[in-house]
Design a protein around this ligand. Structure first.
Ligand code: SAH
Length: 232
């Protein structure tokens, strides 16, 4: 291969989505940064290594897909920062938990749902913006990921499929949504950003076998708001 041929992918930007660039993100997550604690669960890191995040954003943003940052996906929404996705996912597996069935509220780009599916979980995801959901469904199909989804207000959860071993809410509400906590199975974990814009924290709830709930905080975060009503 000539030097010119080797350089070509970089020149057209493909180099920015190469395995090397993706591995750099994994290393950053594994090591941690002053603002973001390390991600220790290798299963989660492996899922992030495997799922091509650049396919979950507009082509024009693909070269930034492996930066540890949220990116716009249209309709005023964002694909979450990889560290946040990793942190929320890791929380579901903490303390030896072995979740099987999980609910995501806020499908968005489909990236978080794809990460959960790549971990072998049975994934249910709900999105209120029809167009985002249709695009996410195409991505699930293209990647051969088995994700069940519906166009609805995720604040009601998905009662027909409850209880869930894990619930991941990817949009922020002023307070925890009771209907979701109710749909959490004994031993299950719910992770949700809670609080007003500029003052959100990521809350992690674990329901014990008897139904009692213990809670801890995973850090300060910035999420788009959890809204009511459907958009086509
Ligand atoms: N998990 C997504 C993050 C998307 S941002 C990803 O990986 O890309 C949060 C998403 O939540 C947005 O798409 C927004 O439309 C959606 N959302 C906000 N309120 C909602 C609600 N009540 N029900 C379902 N989805 C909601």
């Amino acid at each position: 291969m000539t030097a010119r041929m080797r350089l070509q992918p970089e020149a057209i930007g493909l180099g920015m989505t190469s395995q090397r660039v993706r591995d750099r993100l994994i290393e950053r997550l594994r090591t941690g940064t002053p603002s973001n604690a390390r991600i220790a669960d290798e299963r989660v890191l492996n899922a992030i290594r495997t799922v091509p995040r650049h396919l979950f954003v507009d082509e024009a943003l693909a070269t930034r897909a492996y930066e540890d940052t949220a990116l716009p996906i249209g309709h005023g929404q964002t694909i979450s920062q990889p560290w946040v996705v990793a942190k929320m996912t890791e929380a579901l597996f903490a303390d030896g938990a072995q979740p099987k069935k999980v609910l995501e509220v806020g499908t968005g780009s489909g990236y978080q749902g794809a990460i959960l599916a790549a971990l072998g979980l049975e994934v249910f995801t709900v999105e209120r913006i029809g167009e985002l959901l249709r695009t996410a469904r195409k991505r699930f199909r293209q990647l051969g990921l088995d994700v069940r989804s519906k166009h609805d207000d995720g604040r009601i959860g998905w009662p027909e499929h409850a209880p869930f071993d894990g619930i991941v809410v990817t949009a922020a509400a002023p307070a925890l949504v009771d209907a979701l906590t109710v749909q959490l199975a004994p031993g299950g974990t719910l992770v949700a950003p809670v609080g007003a814009a500029g003052a959100q924290s990521l809350r992690c709830l674990r329901k014990d076998a008897g139904g009692a709930i213990a809670e801890h905080l995973l850090g300060d975060v910035v999420f788009v708001p959890l809204l009511s009503g459907l958009v086509d």
